[in-house]
Design a protein around this ligand. Sequence first.
Ligand code: PMP
Length: 357
Amino acid sequence: MSAEQFIRSDVQASAAYPVADARGFIKLDAMENPFGFPAHLRTQLTEALNQVALNRYPRPAYEELKFKLRQTYSIAASSKIIVGNGSDELIDIISKAVAKDGASILAPEPGFVMYRGSAMQARVNYVAVPLNPVDFSLDMAAMRAAIEQHQPAVVYLAYPNNPTGNCFSNQDIEEILSIAPGLVVLDEAYQPFAIDTWMQRLEQYPNMIVMRTVSKWGLAGIRLGYMAGAASWMDQFEKLRPPYNVNVLTESVALFCLNHESAFTEQTEVLRGEREKMFNALSEMAQTRPGMHPFASSANFVLTRFPDSAATFAKLKADRILVKSVSAMHPSLHNCLRLTVGSPAENTALLASLANV
Ligand code: PMP
């Protein structure tokens, strides 16, 4: 008897999610908030965590956490909320729920890799529709055709999109909401860095769900995602949420941080300013470097094309700076690196290293 006899062949042929070892590096590869937990809140957080009943399972409905999320982000009373162990888990729940024979999940690409990975794991057909390669806007002719042909159960639109950083146009999203036969998920993982949100339009679109995470806001380590939408969808998804999926420590830290929201909003404001500085510095560099091009971003990273991304990646690595190479991810990302916006000192180090490539 061997594991190979029993494990699905598509699982055997797949690879585990790769995560680079970042020890000793300036870490600009995963869109984390570079600032540690706000120093003035540490003692209070410790006190809050001391109150947590570690011997008990979480209260399964997460009412307090959901109430706080609803209040903080003005989520309409008519929308239901589901919490997840990161939004990755919510994506998995959606894939499982729609995995009927012949069902499809559709997303524009380049996009977030988990939409494809999760669909594959749930054995749902995955349809990738290429974005316009020049500005990464939605190719609406291609989207219309693919939606018509595949009648997808779910369309994912990351807003802003990862790894391109742009927000798709409202007009295009509205059209997709009107022509999609099933659910449209607006994935607002990078919402803290963007101006706009679809959260306040949930009542208008009963086939839309807005998904978010606290990961980019400053709490990637606690793993908490949430989504809001109409009961007709959410009541079904809730059945697939593993009981107690959000642990008591995560719940307690999240509640504490939502009660001190401004400390995190201040950090994201600094990062938005840093993003503009980084974009401007990269744009200036690009003027004298044919083949270099930073793409304007509404998220906490700047996708940048380099004349030779492998050489640039290697130079940064030699300078102990880790970024993400997305060059092989999609043809339209050829020679592109995704640069997470870090602290002012980290960004200065990044730009100094790039200046010497
Ligand atoms: N959606 C998008 C668009 C993302 O880029 C990411 C993280 N890279 C996620 C969702 C997953 O976030 P979480 O950390 O909550 O699982």
